[in-house]
Ligand binder design. Structure first.
Ligand code: F6R
Length: 609
């Protein structure tokens, strides 16, 4: 979850590292630090708090040097503090290490180091043992020492190492945590994510698991775990720097909410061929493959999991195959029934979520065919899948996921239609009609965004609530869950979501005078039932905001406020109905003075268990 950067070249390293870290702060932001080498020494600065604390210090008290590594942290072992911040060093302070991930056996390593050496620990982190291990194994060859250190480590990590003893290189290693290398002219870069490098280069190497990288000013060498040199193709990044900037919006989250018409349109349009049929370039599933599949398993975390819940409804409806959906952290420890007749679908914006990746590997072990829906091109989930559907949301920077979700829903629709037509569960005519319906959705999202003032007004009147309920029926339950997650993660309001039919089985006991209830009533066939549920909570004093399709106007007589979404098929409403809920959460969080893009305790990419 942390962000790592490295630089070696002719520029001042501090400048490059701080620029890179500012683009990675979404990965973790409770402390930050740099280690810079100049001729005489290894300089370390690291502080608890946002990156601005480090940058204020560096601007008052500059460090000169052309080689360095930097880190922005999301604490796992040891609370956020100056001393627990990265980089960590050995006892002589001449080897510095940055690390993203967890060294799972660090206690065992500590014990071993205590037996064989005289190490004095400065921090409570797992990372510090790496610096001591490298020191212990150093015998005139830093690369060899890093190899030996890594050989003792278990867990998931990406590390960057510099040392005063060999000041002409940066060494990096990847195991299950993202790592890329940026290629420059007489300079090279290291990072955990592409936005950190966009100011300097678009040519990168994507580093694979168990690979070592040695960066010098003029050279990049990649080795596998057997110390064999690896040739890697250059990956050309097509995003520009501006697409990872705020472009005048107050927060990334609101910018990304407004990018949804474009993201959903691109996700669809880029895969329509000249006849208007869906062409899935990264998916090689043939009719024979699909006929052999008797179950689909969708696995993901958080918002991506909610997309999977909606995906189930769509795939079952159009492709007529049984679908199970699971949370990745549960799936991987549950002995799920999976075999070579299973299509396993991993959903992940970042493509680096460790639980999702581990679940994917588990599914592969059992012979499943793996298809992933991923936003970040070249990410680990994408690379380890048999088939990949890239959503075209563009870089998502705000911690709260928005545009990734709607593009994932678009992707599920396209995959379901493709499978349905290939297997023959949809006629060509039905398929064509459904594609026309999908094409209408981006403009319909835009119509909802145009109602932002009404939603802001509701947010301004409700932001002081300390508990909020979301309820719905059918596919609306999944959007209720997503709305509730969005609200709690950025506004810290205690919110939760229920299937409205479950109300009277317990939860209605919590409804009292003034309780804010968001009721989703967008499903035509369940509309009347939802009206009854709204009446039930109204009778107990609830203040109800309802979401309904624009032709269902009588709901306004029961609910206190109604947000209308444009007419579409019941199965397609999730792409629309989530949008007002994203806006509602956003405006409530802003009204409460919360740090919308960087909510407390969270990070964008969860690369630890
Ligand atoms: C919520 C949110 C998280 C992510 C989850 C999975 O707004 O962002 O719940 O959806 O951590 O992340 P990815 O999609 O990157 O696997």
């Amino acid at each position: 979850m942390c962000g790592i950067v490295g630089y070696i070249g002719n520029k001042q390293a501090t400048e490059v590292l701080m620029n890179g870290l500012s683009k990675l702060e979404y990965r973790g932001y409770d402390s930050a630090g740099v280690a810079i080498i100049n001729d005489e020494e290894l300089n370390i600065r690291k502080y608890k708090g946002r990156l601005s604390v480090l940058s204020d210090n560096l601007s008052q008290n500059k460090i000169v040097g052309n080689i360095g590594i930097g880190h922005t942290r999301w604490a796992t072992h040891g609370a956020p503090s100056d001393v627990n911040s990265h980089p960590h060093t050995n006892c002589q302070n001449d080897i510095a290490v940055i690390h993203n991930g967890i060294v799972e056996n660090y206690m065992k390593i500590k014990k071993w180091l205590d037996e064989v050496s005289d190490v004095k620990y400065k921090s409570e982190t797992d990372t510090e043992v790496i610096a001591h291990l490298i020191d212990y194994f150093y015998d005139g060859d830093l690369v060899e020492a890093v190899y030996k250190a890594v050989d003792k480590m278990e867990g998931a990590y990406a590390i960057g190492v510099v040392s005063k003893r060999e000041p002409d290189k940066i060494i990096a290693v990847r195991k299950d945590s993202p790592l890329i290398v940026g290629i420059g002219e007489s300079e090279n870069f290291l990072a955990s994510d592409i936005p950190a490098l966009l100011k300097y280069t678009r040519d990168v190497y994507l580093i694979e698991n168990d690979e070592f990288v040695i960066l010098t000013k003029d050279n990049i060498k990649i080795y596998n775990e057997f110390k064999q040199e690896v040739n890697r193709d250059i990956f050309k990044v097509t995003w520009n720097e501006e697409s990872a900037e705020k472009e005048g919006y107050e927060h990334f989250m609101i910018k990304e909410i407004y990018e949804q018409p474009k993201g959903t349109r691109e996700t669809l349009d880029r895969r329509l061929d000249d006849d208007g049929d869906i062409y899935l370039d990264g998916i090689k599933l043939t009719k024979e493959d699909l006929d052999g599949i008797n179950k689909v398993y969708i696995v993901a975390c958080g918002t991506a999991y909610h997309a999977g819940l909606v995906g189930r409804t769509i795939i079952e409806k159009y492709a007529k195959v049984a679908v199970e959906v699971d949370i990745a952290s549960e799936f991987r420890y549950r002995n799920p029934i999976i075999d070579d007749k299973t299509l396993f679908i991993a959903v992940s914006q970042s493509g680096e979520t460790l639980d999702t990746l581990a679940a994917l590997r588990e599914a592969k072990k059992h012979g499943a065919r793996v298809l992933s829906l991923v936003n970040v091109v070249g990410s680990s989930v994408a690379r380890e899948s048999d088939d990949v559907f890239y959503t075209w949301a563009g870089p998502e920077i705000a911690v709260a996921s928005t545009k990734a979700f709607t593009t994932q829903l678009m992707a599920f629709n396209m995959i379901a239609l493709h499978i349905g037509l290939t297997k023959g569960t949809l006629t060509k005519e039905e398929y064509k009609n459904l594609i026309e319906k999908l094409k209408e959705l981006p403009d319909k999202i835009k119509q909802i965004l145009d109602q932002y003032e009404d939603i802001q007004e509701i947010a301004d009147s409700q932001f002081n609530n300390e508990k909020v309920f979301f309820m719905g029926r059918g596919v609306d339950v999944n959007i209720a869950k997503e709305g509730s997650l969005k609200l709690k993660e950025i506004s810290y309001i205690n919110s939760f979501a229920i299937a409205a039919g479950e109300l009277k089985h317990g939860t209605i006991a919590l409804i009292e005078e003034g309780t804010f209830v968001v009721a989703l009533a967008t499903q035509d066939r369940l509309y009347e039932k939802m009206l009854s549920n709204i009446k039930e909570v109204k009778a107990r004093g609830a203040n109800v905001l309802a979401l309904a399709k624009e032709n269902n106007r009588e709901i306004s007589k029961i609910a206190d406020k109604v947000i209308y979404i444009p007419e579409t098929l019941d199965e397609l409403t999730p792409i629309l109905s989530v949008v007002p809920l994203q806006l509602l959460s956003y405006y409530i969080a802003v009204a409460r003075g919360c740090d919308v893009d960087k909510p407390r305790n969270l990070a964008k990419s969860v690369t630890v268990e």
